[in-house]
Design a protein around this ligand. Structure first.
Ligand SMILES: [Zn+2]
Length: 259
């Protein structure tokens, strides 16, 4: 029976009673972080991936766009910015312990969650043989009353969760990937960063310096702004929400997927 049919028969009621303990450290060791832009991972989960890498996880970062729209400087060309941001991301990855980088190089600002993107992400998930996915929040339109979430963040997050289920684990989705030797793989853990409904706060007290230093590598985006004070303040606020509280934390919505 296909997975979808099983879910329909079981319905939502059965899932409501299951208590899932959100995990600060994932069960799986192979972590694929999927983001829209260079620097998204550092803002959303930089401290967490640094901690997980230090604790033995293998971390791959997949950046969907080429970052070529991230400047209002008339002297900066999209091609130059793309190359610059690629170098900045590599420098940041080194600080965080991210050992592989996949750039899909789609045009920055133009992402829609279509089947082509879903297939690309299924391909990356299967190539890396991921156990755990970290992605942005597909449901997040607004952060407070001062920030409209970037449409690329939402679009990439939608495609990412659709790639997790039902794409990556189903043999009949994208059969052309089977021809490439990419066998289906079931993903059991997803961490949604910057979620509207967080349920796990990862203690990053020992990794806040790495998070800030990684962000500083994105010089084309930071300009004269030092991200340290603001980013530390946000992480300290999240640290207070953890039980028990810690100096610095990052929050996620944790999903433990059956199957
Ligand atoms: Zn972004």
């Amino acid at each position: 029976m296909p997975d979808e049919a099983k879910q329909e028969i079981r319905g939502e009621a059965e899932f409501e009673d299951e208590v899932i303990e959100p995990r600060e450290i994932p069960e799986g060791k192979r972590v694929l972080v999927i983001t829209a832009h260079p620097d998204d991972a550092e803002f959303g989960c930089g401290g967490t991936v640094a901690r997980w890498a230090a604790e033995g996880c293998e971390i791959c970062l997949c950046v969907v766009t080429d970052g070529s729209s991230g400047s209002d400087d008339p002297e900066m060309t999209p091609a130059k910015l793309k190359a610059t941001r690629h170098e900045e991301q590599l420098a940041a990855n080194k600080i965080l312990g991210i050992t592989s980088l996949v750039n899909l190089d789609l045009p920055d600002g133009m992402i829609v969650p279509d089947l082509a993107l879903r297939r690309e992400l299924v391909r990356v998930i299967r190539q890396f043989r991921a156990d755990v996915i970290v992605c942005q929040d597909p449901t997040s339109w607004f952060h407070g009353n001062r920030y409209i979430n970037h449409p690329d963040h939402r679009a990439v997050a939608i495609a990412a969760v659709e790639a997790v289920f039902p794409g990556a684990g189903n043999r009949n989705y994208f059969p052309e990937l089977l021809d490439e030797g990419l066998e289906p793989i079931k993903i059991h853990e997803v961490y949604i960063s910057n979620s509207q409904q967080p349920d796990v706060w990862v203690d990053i007290s020992d990794f806040i310096d790495q998070k800030v230093e990684a962000l500083r590598q994105h010089k084309s985006q930071m300009g004269d702004w030092d991200p340290g004070p603001m980013v530390s303040k946000w992480a300290a606020e999240d640290g207070k929400k953890r039980t028990p509280p810690v100096a610095y934390a990052e929050d996620f919505r944790y999903m433990k997927i059956d199957g």
